[in-house]
Design a protein around this ligand. Structure first.
Ligand code: NDP
Length: 266
């Protein structure tokens, strides 16, 4: 019987997850359908419960529902527990299992696709939402020199930094608190979706910096600024495919190949 999967978010029309999971299905000869569900902002729980009650086999969760998905899950993987955000839901006999594959997706894209090592680097992480929460612990695990989380709402970033302080040298605050130069600057805000500029100092890009934009498929003001500052740039398509492969593995126990799918989508 065809298994049903979907990505749930709001907005969700931009998501390329359906193309990715359909490509994984072709590659692994899986009989599945994968659609987009735009849940009303106040109806994530009802929409999700309805999907699984009707036999749904798995959901990818995107903006702005990762914190709600965390609360809804009856069980959590260790990495989702630490992140405090869930981007993957799977039905289990004793309730929904919540996982977070964003961190491993980013690290695999950096390490395996871009040949970049974060060890010893100065990392500036922009944003304090679900995506940011998911990548902090894996980034600290790669032993950077330091990590600063900057967010529009600076208190949120400072609080997030305190939450992860046992995992490595992390601090957080508002954009106005960004000082000095940074080797790896990751934009985990959703500002690029609305073409909004971030109040980022031009001087924050170190020589040979890598600017990583989690938003994919569009040229954002962050990418333009980074290019003007002479930085190497990357968008989040590789991360998206890598985190999706980890979801596919959780749902179906098969690990698809990512390189041909990244190539296909580009
Ligand atoms: P959330 O809604 O949880 O968080 C949004 C974040 O963006 C908050 O930190 C918010 O700041 C900030 N923000 C929003 N608009 C602006 C703006 N105009 N100026 C400055 N900051 C802004 O979203 P997620 O964390 O789940 O996702 C963030 C982005 O990352 C999305 O665009 C998503 O598509 C992308 N993403 C990509 C992935 C990939 O695989 N490539 C995986 C996961 C996410 P504040 O707290 O002040 O409101």
């Amino acid at each position: 019987m065809t298994e049903r999967y979907a990505v749930i978010g709001n907005p969700v029309g931009h998501s390329r997850s359906p193309e990715i999971h359909r490509a994984f299905a072709l590659q692994t000869r899986a009989d599945l359908e994968y659609t987009r569900i735009e849940a009303p902002l106040d109806a994530f729980v009802a929409t999700t419960e309805g999907f699984f009650a009707a036999g749904g086999a798995g959901l990818s969760v995107t903006i702005p529902f990762k914190a709600e998905a965390f609360k809804l899950a009856k069980q959590l993987t260790a990495r989702a527990q630490r992140a405090g955000a869930v981007n993957t839901l799977a039905p289990r006999p004793d309730g929904l299992l919540g996982d977070n594959t964003d961190g491993i997706g980013l690290l695999r894209d950096l390490g395996e696709n871009l040949g970049y090592t974060a060890e010893g680097r100065r990392i500036l992480l922009l944003g304090a939402g679900g995506a940011s929460r998911g990548v902090i612990e894996p980034l600290l695990g790669s032993q950077p020199q330091k990590l600063f989380i900057a967010n529009r709402n600076g208190d949120r970033a400072a609080e997030l930094a305190r939450h992860f302080v046992d995992f490595g040298p992390v601090d957080g605050g508002g954009f106005e608190e960004i000082e000095g130069e940074w080797d790896l600057i990751i934009n985990a805000t959703s500002a690029g979706l609305s073409d909004s500029e971030l109040p980022l100092p031009f001087e924050c890009f170190a020589q040979d910096a890598l600017a990583y934009e989690m938003v994919y498929g569009r040229d954002t003001p962050f990418l333009a600024l980074a290019r003007n500052a002479g930085a190497r740039t990357a968008d989040g398509l590789g991360m998206l495919v890598e985190q999706a492969a980890e979801q596919f593995y959780l749902w179906r126990g098969v690990r698809p190949q990512t390189a041909p799918v990244i190539q296909l989508l580009r």
